[in-house]
Design a protein around this ligand. Structure first.
Ligand code: ADP
Length: 488
């Protein structure tokens, strides 16, 4: 009897019923003020800007724009609370406040997830399962360190620096706020935090939690605005430390501004990570890792695996599997629980991505996009591949910050290490192989702050994160993340 052959048809798509997350429980104010000295206050000049939902282009709220005099007020409040309250409080008491903030984020997790998705465009699945729980975890983790600094740095007499100015980007708004605020508070510093102008809402919601937690006024101040507001924080004379996450261009500007000062600085900047697939890797898992590394979160991750290197003898099969998987990715409404790829964060960012797609076509790389339809309104981009790229292509060298993957092949370990490192950035990398010894060889030779092995984009509060070269300096997370906020 002849066996009937079963063929799997990967091209036929599953049809999912819409599964929208409910936003009825969300109450957004029309206008959001600055959070200074424990109170919400109007900006001195009375200026506001709109924050929109990038999936619908509809206005969500107005956000206060802080100018220099608002920054002055925030720094004054932070200095006052540092001198008179926070630095005098027993460390264990400080820790209790941080624990309380963590618990309150957990209690309001659903509300935060929905607002993060509405304001930033990322799929609700990601805000709900990654951003918000991780943000709470960073507060929990650093709360634990508050009264154990002497054990963390034995015989070094750790002391806080004073007032920290913190500037964060739009790709993980609440999570980046947690990465910055939690270690600063645990080490006894006070804070002025500025979220990115397109995603201020969850930072302002966090300000509500901070007010409700009873944290003494002025310990955390959250002020909103664009680049000018950020520059006013950077250049303020009474700030002791700047922590910045954002573009390499702005990072360089900040480094220039601080060159002649005593301010401490940490920079977490761009990336262009190599994701390297060897022929002995579990290929289906690797394909899932590639998709997770560059397409989920719309490629809006500085550590996105945006350069794929496949060992030549498995290149065809990996590329076919990748194309099949791309066909099944759902691009669209970020509030739908089935959505894999949500909205690009802003019109400006979509234009940047589109500019790079046309550069890649002009450079002569082979172009491939999934056949999915895009919503008519909002800022969306199809998952995109560029095949047969070379090291000299701009799309291989420059950060695109969108769902665009470049593909190269390699034959030997030496070749792929050379190619992976031949880039101005050094934030992260991924290695997929069955051999442990090869993983250790690769991790010691790749110039990247984080190297994931047989997984990608995994974060944990205990693990330090940060870059080499133009990806910045200093580490966030783990024990290492306490150090930049301490004089030792
Ligand atoms: P992206 O390209 O990811 O938007 P940016 O570096 O422009 O990154 O923005 C990251 C953060 O830096 C945002 O909060 C933004 O408002 C702020 N920013 C932009 N320009 C400056 C500047 N000159 N000085 C300080 N902060 C700035």
């Amino acid at each position: 009897m002849r066996e009937k052959k079963q063929s799997l048809d990967f091209t036929s798509k599953w049809c999912y019923e819409p599964a929208p997350e409910n936003s009825d429980h969300i109450q957004l104010k029309k206008k959001y003020e600055l959070f200074i000295d424990g109170k919400f206050v109007k900006p001195t000049k009375g200026k506001y800007f709109d924050t929109i939902n990038p999936a619908t282009e509809q206005k969500l709220a107005e956000i206060a724009e802080a100018d220099e005099s608002d920054v002055n007020k925030a720094v004054k409040a932070a200095r006052n609370s540092y001198e008179n309250v926070w630095s005098k409080m027993p460390a264990a008491e400080r820790g209790k406040y941080i624990f309380r903030i963590a618990r309150m984020i957990q209690e309001r997790a659903r509300e935060f997830a929905v607002i993060e998705t509405l304001d930033g465009g990322k799929p609700i699945r990601e805000s709900r399962d990654i951003d918000i729980p991780l943000a709470a975890n960073y507060f929990f983790y650093y709360a634990g360190w508050a009264d154990k600094l002497a054990y963390a740095f034995p015989n070094r007499n750790p002391k806080p620096l004073g007032v920290a100015g913190q500037i964060i980007p739009w790709n993980f708004p609440l999570l980046m706020a947690a990465w910055k605020i939690a270690p600063a508070l645990a080490t006894g510093n006070t804070v002025i935090l500025k979220p990115a102008e397109t995603t201020s809402l969850t930072a302002l919601k966090l300000a509500e939690i901070i007010a409700d937690s009873g944290l003494p006024p002025g310990v955390v101040n959250i002020i909103t605005g664009g680049g000018k507001t950020g520059a006013a924080i950077v250049n303020h004379k009474d700030i002791n430390k700047i922590a910045f996450t954002g573009s390499t261009d702005v990072g360089k500007l900040i480094q220039h501004s601080l060159a002649n000062t005593n301010k401490k600085l940490t920079l977490e900047l761009g990336g262009k990570a190599a994701n390297i697939i060897f022929d002995d890797a579990p290929l289906d898992q690797a394909v899932e890792g590639i998709v997770n590394g560059i397409f989920f979160n719309q490629g809006h991750v500085c550590c996105a695996g945006s350069r794929l290197f496949i060992q030549e003898n498995v290149a065809n099969i990996v590329i076919q599997k990748l194309k099949d998987r791309m066909e099944t990715l759902i691009v669209g409404d970020p509030m739908d629980k089935n959505t894999d790829i949500g909205a690009i964060n802003s019109k400006q960012q979509l234009e940047t991505i589109q500019k790079y797609i046309s550069i890649g076509k002009k450079e002569g790389a082979d172009f491939y996009q999934s056949s999915c339809a895009l919503p008519k309104k909002g800022y969306f981009c199809k998952p995109t591949l560029f095949l047969n790229t070379s090291q000299s292509h701009r799309i291989v060298q420059e950060e695109i910050f969108g769902p665009v993957l470049t593909i190269q092949t390699f034959r030997t370990v030496e070749e792929v290490i050379e190619k992976a490192n031949n880039i101005p950035y050094g934030l992260s990398a991924g290695v997929w192989t069955d051999k442990g010894s090869r993983i250790f060889n690769m991790t010691s030779k790749l110039r990247a702050g984080v190297v994931w092995a047989n997984t990608y984009n995994k974060f944990d509060p205990t693990s330090p994160f940060g870059g080499y070269k133009e990806s910045g300096f200093g580490r966030e997370g783990g024990l290492h993340g306490l150090q930049p906020y301490l004089s030792l």
